[in-house]
Design a protein around this ligand. Structure first.
Ligand code: SF4
Length: 368
């Protein structure tokens, strides 16, 4: 049985602590002032995968360049993604721009319900909760990593992640205050940042400590319980480095990958297998008929949901002209055809490769 009265009193203390010590952030207002929905929208898109310090100058730049959602919606998407350069995960910028266009076309007024907001590209329950709470003072559930940790500890919930996630909203709702609802999640975020940190919570300084069930336990940092690590699947594959040796500056054959799929739109060496879930590839296939050397050791790389183990092959050639390459690739179809059509020869200085391909290049350079 939860002690609701104690929880309310703890939340009151939390808000008092926050009003004295809360961070000043360019997208933050303190109750009774509310942050404009457009400012929450911009900042939350940027903060989805990026830390506060990095986001601040981008947020300020975007707001200066596109002060309203209509101006952002009218901007060419390439301008928006260029201004986003350095924040990474470009799909966020494209989704933000698409959402801005939808809102702008509907008159520029932000939807105020979670259901409407989550229909927009790139807006999930967390971002929708943040927009409705920070901009409209709604009693929304806003649970990020910091808040997840605090709520699990405060109520001493021993369910492990990820199952914990579905239990937290009902506990969070017990804490939402009647006033200062826009400040409440931001106060929890600051608490998670400064006091209830992942590995060393300082309960003695915490405004929630009176009612916090973990504060009386030997080690509050044990919650939330992390998921049991499962071994990631290992995908095997091959990378083919074709090099034209030159006196001062070797050239390498690369091509631009299809924009859909892994490493989409990036320059890469021809390869196969590692990006194929089914592992349905022919180990004897080579992109063209040259003298191939298999380099040792195989390279390993970890993606978010799988590992790879890749054999790198190297072949040197004296020829780089299109007719030669066309002749070599002429029998191939599908991906190989795409490799031919998008291929180019570049020096190492011009190579901006994703990590997996960088590892292949390093192996080649160590070989000779
Ligand atoms: S009392 Fe300790 S465990 Fe509980 S919320 Fe505060 S810092 Fe976290």
């Amino acid at each position: 049985m939860e002690n609701i009265k104690q929880t309310k009193s703890d939340v009151f203390d939390l808000l008092s602590w926050y009003h004295k010590t809360g961070r000043t952030l360019p997208w933050r207002s303190y109750w009774p002032l509310l942050t404009p929905a457009y400012h929450v929208f911009l900042s939350e898109f940027m903060l989805q995968q990026t830390g506060v310090k990095t986001v601040i100058p981008y947020f300020e730049y975007f707001l200066e360049r596109w002060p309203t959602i209509q101006l952002l919606a009218d901007a060419p998407v390439d301008d928006v993604t260029s201004a986003w350069a350095g924040l990474g995960y470009y799909a966020r910028a494209r989704n933000m721009h698409k959402s801005a266009q939808i809102i702008s076309n509907a008159g520029g007024v932000f939807p105020q319900s979670i259901a409407e907001l989550t229909k927009l590209p790139g807006i999930g329950p967390y971002t929708a909760g943040a927009i409705t709470a920070f901009a409209f003072d709604a009693p929304s559930v806003v649970i990020d990593g910091n808040i997840e940790r605090i709520v699990a500890r405060y109520f001493y919930i021993k369910t492990s992640l990820p199952a914990l996630k579905s239990e937290l909203p009902s506990f969070y709702e017990k804490m939402i205050p009647e006033k200062c609802r826009s400040d409440f999640p931001q106060a929890l975020m600051d608490l998670g940042n400064e006091i209830c940190t992942p590995s060393s919570p300082t309960c003695g300084r915490c405004p929630l400590s009176t009612g916090c069930k973990s504060a009386k336990k030997a080690n509050p940092a044990l919650l939330p319980i992390k998921p049991v690590k499962t071994n990631k699947i290992i995908r095997k594959g091959q990378i083919f480095v074709i090099r034209k040796k030159e006196k001062n500056n070797d050239k390498f054959l690369v091509y631009r990958r299809n924009t859909h799929g892994l490493l989409g739109g990036l320059l890469a060496f021809p390869s196969q297998g590692w990006d194929d879930k089914e592992q349905n590839y022919n180990e004897n296939w080579r992109p063209c008929n040259l003298n191939w050397t298999a380099l040792k050791p195989k390279i390993k790389h970890v993606f978010s949901h799988f590992k790879t183990e890749v054999q790198v092959f190297l072949a040197d050639t004296e020829e780089t002209d299109k007719i030669f390459i066309k002749h070599k690739f002429q029998n191939f179809q599908g991906q190989e055809k795409e490799m031919f059509e998008n291929h180019r020869w570049v020096t190492e200085d011009e190579l901006h490769l994703p990590k997996l391909m960088q590892k292949a290049l390093k192996l080649v350079k160590n070989y000779n």
